[in-house]
Design a protein around this ligand. Sequence first.
Ligand code: ADP
Ligand code: MG
Length: 252
Amino acid sequence: MSIALQLDGVSKSFGGLKVIDDVSFGVPTGSRTGLIGPNGAGKSTVFNLISGVYPIDQGRISAIGQDITHMSVANRVRCGIARSFQNIRLMPHLSTLENVMLGEHHFSRPWELVSSRKASERARAALERAGLDTYPGQVVADLPYGIQKRIEVVRALMAQPKILLLDEPAAGLNPVETDDLRRLLQSVSDSGITLLVVEHDMPFVRQLCNHVVVLNFGRKIFEGTPEAVKHDPAVIEAYLGTPDAMESHHAA
Ligand code: ADP
Ligand code: MG
């Protein structure tokens, strides 16, 4: 089994408090890996360490066969790591099409968009593949939240990532929007992109993911299949409460 992303003995402290403590796990190539655990467990911090937002204190991170531990954010993007953030970071007053075009990394500022027809065609095609072809000209602020979350995913795809990191993509979505998002992520996965997803919606994780890592107080307490995680005593104690949490819509 080939590994797209590997963390080895990763630690990170903020103001003397160790929030990531000797964490190691692998994200298999082509997998849909879920990173779960209680609030404050360190999931978003792990994303910030993988994407290079925070420097790492100890350990090693490798992606697509390269050591990225001390690589700049921009070089990690070039390596094929893209992410979406826990809170939406679309530009609300730009159109869907313009927001998606901004996902191509050579467009870092809105005024650079001018009228690159090629980029606009690529953005339209990406929206169409995601089933969002009815919205290209609409201002993002006017769209339902569920559509905005899918546009964020499409924008991230414009960087042509090999690994896509998603931080709580289903938060705030209703069940219909959640299913639409899951189908989009499944199709992204089918196109060969490796997914690492932080999410509290456990039925969503069970349906989407084929590999699961659990963090608690900055430590890894489980790594394995979605089937095994729901029966793991340490995970039930720390997070799930009951194996049924993976089935019903009453997870934390
Ligand atoms: P999760 O995403 O699992 O809810 P986080 O990674 O956001 O958890 O946070 C883990 C811990 O690290 C929390 O105690 C949080 O307060 C702390 N933390 C995260 N980022 C910072 C920061 N930039 N400065 C100080 N503390 C931080
Ligand atoms: Mg978080």
